[in-house]
Design a protein around this ligand. Sequence first.
Ligand SMILES: Nc1ncnc2c1ncn2[C@@H]1O[C@H](COP(=O)(O)OP(=O)(O)OP(=O)(O)O)[C@@H](O)[C@H]1O
Ligand SMILES: [Mg+2]
Length: 183
Amino acid sequence: MTGNQTPQASPKASLKQYCRQEAETASLAQRLAASIQENMEHSPKSHLNISLVGDLGAGKTTFARHLIQGLGYEGKVKSPTYTLCEPYELRSNQQAFIAHHFDLYRMRDPLEWQEAGFAEYFDVPGFCLIEWPEKAEGTLPTFDIQITLRAGAEENERAIELNAFSEQGKKVVERISAIQANS
Ligand SMILES: Nc1ncnc2c1ncn2[C@@H]1O[C@H](COP(=O)(O)OP(=O)(O)OP(=O)(O)O)[C@@H](O)[C@H]1O
Ligand SMILES: [Mg+2]
């Protein structure tokens, strides 16, 4: 099975949160980071595919930044708009893993990511975060978790939804509810 989950595919687990400001989005991303960290500690070789879906300026890169920094990365997390992909080296329990952050917005051909050799990043320990998966038109591997961001009524409001489509994604999403927001 490949590609973006169609809207009719029913998620195995869901979490919806209304974030009134960026700090609340950051808090949700940090709780996801804690859940991924736990997943990596239990299964050091595991890999998660996570899509970030939403309009221009919805907050996909902002969410990715708080997630990657929530996993202990101390440098800048920039939008990979021009490079298509940025890797981040992370650690859990002395075990290294990698987050590959993609932005496919500028891709001209749906198969460009495969020609660039990115396909091999989809099973290294860690996770892939993919902004604009729509641009790959169903050529990407299946997503474990799809994150959708929508603008709210006020400028800084976002409705954020996490949907899990695999057993591993389900565990990660379900665990978030048990992790307390620290802000
Ligand atoms: N609640 C919020 N959650 C996330 N971002 C917010 C929120 N409130 C305001 N923002 C701001 O919205 C902007 C979102 O920009 P960002 O680059 O993350 O969007 P994007 O979805 O990645 O866009 P693009 O499709 O161009 O890559 C940032 O300037 C961020 O500070
Ligand atoms: Mg972006």
